[in-house]
Design a binder for this molecule. Structure first.
Ligand SMILES: [Zn+2]
Length: 155
């Protein structure tokens, strides 16, 4: 009897792992699509800037950078969003980027293995809460794990 229980346990663990992995891949794909949308947007604005500059040249007008300011700010905003998406993808894979040398490193690393730069401490509970949002089915399990962590911290 016991052996069957063990098999069942192993099977549900595999299922849990697969579901988690699938949701991660889906999230990553979504983020990658978001990034490519932002990049497309940026290229459109580049085109607009180019057109404006060429128009000025053809009509022999002075180029006023102020006119392009709004477009440049939009590109800046989109670039920030791309950086955010990239960060989220890294987080999904339990990785982060060193702020000093931009090397991809383990999310739990306190020092960069590449350049030795001290990393900002990542709040483990925060990371777990995010995982919790993604996989609502496992909410209870994550909750239990969190309680365990809290108890450990108290000790
Ligand atoms: Zn580094």
């Amino acid at each position: 009897m016991e052996i069957f229980e063990k098999i069942g346990d192993a099977a549900s663990k595999t299922y849990k792992y697969t579901a988690e992995k699938t949701s991660k891949i889906a999230k990553e794909t979504k983020k990658k699509m978001e990034i490519s949308d932002y990049k497309k947007n940026i290229n459109e604005i580049y085109l607009e800037i180019g057109e404006t500059v060429y128009e000025k040249y053809v009509t022999d007008q002075e180029l006023n950078l102020e006119e392009l300011l709004e477009k440049c700010t939009r590109i800046q905003e989109l670039s920030d969003k791309i950086a955010e998406c990239k960060n989220e993808i890294l987080k999904l894979n339990e990785r982060k980027q060193c702020k000093n040398c931009y090397q991809e490193i383990e999310i739990t690393a306190n020092y960069c293995p590449n350049c030795g730069f001290e990393q900002e401490r990542v709040n483990q509970e925060e990371t777990q809460e995010e995982v919790q949002d993604e996989t609502e089915d496992e909410e209870e399990i994550v909750e239990e794990e969190k309680d365990e962590n809290k108890n450990k911290e108290k000790k």
